[in-house]
Design a protein around this ligand. Structure first.
Ligand code: NAP
Length: 278
């Protein structure tokens, strides 16, 4: 019998997850189907019960359900509990187990372009995605993390909550812009610059450190204004397609035990968005 997988969220119509997962099932010769389910917050509990009752093998969870789903699951891995968000659920003999692959997916993708040991990293933003990324980056040996966010109290709270004062500090966006030449890696996690506000950028950029890496988790547009400017100043850049592919690949691996072809996933997303990944 065909195994069923899916994603629950709202909005969900433009999700690219069915595209990449259905292709990965095909590539791996698996008889499975992945479907996008539109679920409003007041229907989350019913939807999760439905997944359980129908024997859905695994599913992703996206905005706005990543936090609210936690109490509805049978167990949740420690990293997802710490991050406070689940984006992947596997149904193991009727038990729903939650994971978070956003942080790990991001860091795996980043390591394709830069080693992180002893690096000085700036994270721009302190929202949901930043939380998973900050938690996971902090596990890297010798890393030093600065976080700047429009609402400074949120970056301060994040550092306190994870007790990471030893390796992390909160700074203002102005300070980050002034000190930008100190950073080996700049990780952009805000929604600033996302379609349709493609001419916005989270901070002004006049120079970058030699060999600096600028990574933006936005994938629409494929190249944000920040990445364009950083590239023009000599930085190596990476867009959000890479994180998207890796978080999906890790979810696929949790469900099936197989790690899919991430280059193929990136290519599919890039073709769908009508551009080239960088
Ligand atoms: P979120 O929890 O709503 O956080 C939004 C962040 O953006 C906060 O830091 C917020 O600052 C900042 N922000 C929003 N509008 C701003 C503005 N006008 N000026 C300055 N800062 C602003 O959102 P999220 O879930 O973290 O998602 C953030 C972005 O990441 C989205 O573009 C999303 O598409 C992308 N994303 C990509 C992937 C991927 O796989 N590539 C995965 C997840 C998310 P305040 O705290 O001051 O409001």
């Amino acid at each position: 019998m065909k195994s069923l997988y899916g994603v629950i969220g709202s909005p969900i119509a433009h999700s690219m997850s069915p595209l990449i997962h259905n292709n990965a099932f095909l590539q791996n010769g698996m008889d499975a189907h992945y479907h996008a389910f539109h679920v409003e917050p007041d229907q989350l509990e019913t939807a999760v019960a439905g997944m359980r009752a129908l024997g859905v093998t695994g599913f992703n969870v996206t905005i706005p359900h990543k936090e609210a789903i936690i109490p509805l699951l049978d167990s949740v891995e420690d990293a997802a509990l710490q991050i406070g968000a689940v984006n992947t659920v596997v149904n193991k003999d009727g038990k729903l187990i939650g994971y978070n692959t956003d942080g790990r997916g991001y860091v795996e993708a980043l390591k394709e372009v830069v080693g992180l040991k002893d690096k000085h990293v700036l994270i721009i933003g302190a929202g949901g995605a930043a939380r998973a990324i900050f938690y996971t980056l902090a596990l890297e040996e010798g890393i030093q993390l600065d976080i700047c966010n429009r609402t400074v109290s949120k970056s301060e709270d994040l550092i306190k909550e994870f007790s990471l004062e030893r390796i992390a500090r909160s700074i203002t966006v102005d300070q980050a812009a002034k000190e930008i030449k100190n950073y080996d890696v700049v990780v952009q996690t805000t929604s600033v610059g996302m379609f349709p506000q493609i001419n916005d950028t989270p901070l002004p950029l006049v120079s970058v450190k030699n060999h600096a890496v600028f990574s933006d988790i936005i994938y629409n547009p494929i190249e944000t204004k920040l990445l364009r400017e950083a590239k023009a100043l000599g930085a190596i850049t990476q867009n959000g397609v890479h994180m998207f592919a890796y978080q999906a690949a890790l979810a696929f691996e949790i469900w099936t035990g197989k790690f899919p072809d991430t280059d193929r996933m990136k290519k599919l997303v890039e073709e769908h968005l009508g551009g080239k990944t960088c």
